[in-house]
Design a protein. Structure first.
Length: 251
């Protein structure tokens, strides 16, 4: 995150778009304020082992840091989004208790986070485990402020998102071309590809206000810039069809 100030202060910011800055501690918040951020993000994990690997502190200490940042940000009229990692499994401790997830999600919400993102950080979840987790979380946190953040390690991300939709969740974290991952989650793949999510939502009749063709263009561009193939199946398929049609039009 060494160049986050340069990135945030030089990008073109569009109206009605949120640009949250990840703030692991008070130092991070001070940097975000200096950069002019209007929204920040705090994070913690369900398990002790992941918190120790990720932030070198216990779960309780991690929450204390998040609550300190949240309180200070709200005093500056800066919105705060909360992230909870390993809600469907931990790379070090295995399965997690849905009631523990609910307890921690409620604590983040109660501290002042306007939205709670529930992360399947290593992508081990299934529609069954997603359902069991949401059954507990939605007892203490309203569905209108819950987001799901699904990594696609085992190819279950879209199925898990579909199950979350059944529970009334309408906020989905995703990544263009499926970029991302976590260095403290061995073997984890990137977040679910935005192209795949939008394609599915369109087919289900949901209105996302996302231009899928433009999204595919962005996925193709960033993948070329990084010298890698997109991991979005929908993006790759739609680009193949487009190129085939362009070739036919020239014949």
């Amino acid at each position: 995150m060494g160049d986050n100030y340069d990135v945030f202060t030089t990008i073109n910011k569009l109206p009605n778009v949120h640009y949250p800055v990840l703030t692991p501690n008070m130092r991070g918040l001070e940097g975000a304020i200096k950069a002019g951020a209007k929204e920040v993000s705090v994070f913690t994990a369900v398990t002790e082992s992941f918190n120790m690997k990720n932030t070198n502190c216990t779960t309780e200490k991690s929450f204390q840091r998040a609550e300190e940042v949240t309180k200070a940000a709200l005093e500056k009229d800066i919105r705060v989004r909360g992230y909870l990692s390993c809600v469907l499994g931990c790379p070090y401790e295995g399965s997690v208790d849905p009631e523990k997830v609910a307890e921690l999600a409620h604590r983040l919400y109660d501290s002042g986070c306007y939205e709670i993102s529930l992360g399947d950080t290593i992508g081990v979840g299934t529609p069954g485990s997603m359902a069991r987790m949401l059954e507990q979380v939605l007892k203490v946190v309203p569905s209108s402020v819950v987001a799901v953040h699904c990594h696609d390690t085992y190819g279950q991300a879209l199925a898990n998102i579909s199950k979350a939709l059944d529970f009334g969740v309408r906020i989905i974290d995703s990544s263009v071309a499926g970029l991302g991952g976590c260095p403290y989650a061995p073997g984890a793949k990137g977040n679910v590809a935005t192209e795949d999510v939008v394609y599915m939502l369109n087919g289900m009749g949901f209105k996302s206000n996302v231009n899928l063709n433009a999204l595919v263009d962005i996925g193709e561009w960033i993948s070329n810039e990084l010298g890698r193939k997109t991991v979005s199946r929908a993006g790759a398929a739609l680009m193949t069809v487009r190129k085939r049609n362009e070739l036919k039009s020239k014949l």
